[in-house]
Design a protein around this ligand. Structure first.
Ligand code: TRP
Length: 335
């Protein structure tokens, strides 16, 4: 049942092939939230262009992320599914939030430092103020619960500061609810299959570092077989597991994909060869990821359908956004 006044919002950037990290870290959780609360899920194309995107590929990726949402089990009859740029209120509120957020706050954002690299002067201004747009995404709908990976925690704290400052500066007490992060601690980090200390990422040059949702069963089996492990036997307990990043990653993935606790996985495989876990893991991945990949490929053949889903989502999102924006403009004193 939709909880009273509870509203979930989250966004996924359409910047490339969806992989296992996107599924386990975001979409699988989105689907379970959809059962409990009203949800808005956004393909954040305006965020994607903070670094240059080839226009043709961007368009494909917007469709593919939408297809990934649907294939994972998001239901457009239940949740609002749309792309960010189709609701202009995101950009409008982002401007207002640019005027609320402080330069000092943005200067503390560690993701900007990581993404901009050594030459910050050459980063786009958009990349710098990206967290303000993210705050606008959330506040535009007065969303209350935000499922994100641990890497977005700082951006969410900034959003909370922005909401608070807006409410204070404009003497609009409790106008914006202060959003709560929903961070799945255990699995907010699905790591590379080649290096258990690095996040699984579409930008990693080794394809063997990740499982793409469109991988064939042969690809999956090969990648898991080749996944890096250490030479020690299967860990005895969680304390030992936590000291071995590659082993931890495979156990975490297995526990997530089979919906069983880490403790149970340790009990089931204790004393066994690591290859046994790998075998079971690739079987479990083939069983759950291959149908998803097939569905994505099928949906990508029907752009008309995907367009109609996004259009319906846009209309519903826009209605909510305009209602809130009307009040926001009034509060700020814009005519
Ligand atoms: N910045 C998020 C990411 O890169 C995506 C995002 C944009 C988002 N707007 C959001 C997530 C609003 C949650 C809420 O993962």
């Amino acid at each position: 049942m939709a909880g009273k006044n509870k509203l979930v919002f989250s966004g996924v950037q359409p910047t490339g092939n969806l992989h296992l990290g996107n599924y386990l870290g975001a979409m699988k959780n989105f689907v379970s939230l959809q059962k409990k609360m009203e949800c808005i899920y956004c393909v954040v194309d305006l965020h994607a262009i903070t670094t240059h995107q080839d226009p043709k590929i961007l368009k494909e990726n917007i469709f593919e992320t939408t297809a990934g949402f649907l294939a994972s089990g998001l239901n457009p009859e239940k949740s609002i599914i749309f792309n960010q740029s189709s609701v202009s209120g995101h950009a409008e509120l982002a401007w207002i939030m640019n005027c609320v957020a402080r330069v000092g706050w943005l200067n503390r954002m560690t993701q900007f430092k990581d993404k901009a690299g050594a030459d910050k002067e050459k980063a786009s201004v958009g990349l710098y103020i990206y967290p303000n747009l993210m705050a606008a995404d959330i506040l535009l709908y007065k969303a209350t619960h935000i499922p994100v990976g641990a890497d977005q925690k700082q951006h969410l704290e900034l959003c909370r500061d922005i909401a608070q400052k807006f409410n204070n500066d404009y003497k609009a007490e409790n106008f914006f609810p202060i959003p709560e992060p929903l961070i799945q601690k255990k699995i907010s980090k699905i790591m590379s299959l080649r290096d258990g200390t690095k996040k699984m990422s579409k930008s990693d040059e080794s394809e063997y570092s990740r499982i793409d949702l469109k991988d064939s069963s042969e690809d999956i089996t090969k990648k898991i077989k080749k996944a890096k492990t250490d030479s020690a036997p299967f860990p005895e307990n969680e304390e030992e597991l936590n000291k071995r990043p590659e082993a931890l990653n495979l156990v975490n993935i297995y526990s997530e994909i089979t919906n069983s606790s880490v403790e149970k996985v340790l009990n089931d495989f204790r004393g066994k060869d690591f290859s046994k876990l790998k075998k079971n893991l690739s079987d479990a991945l083939v069983a759950s990821i291959c149908p998803l990949g097939k569905e994505i490929k099928k949906l990508m053949q029907d752009k008309g359908f995907l367009t109609s889903v996004l259009k319906k989502g846009k209309e519903n999102a826009n209605k909510k956004a305009e209602e809130n924006l009307k009040k926001i403009r009034e509060i700020v004193g814009l005519l």
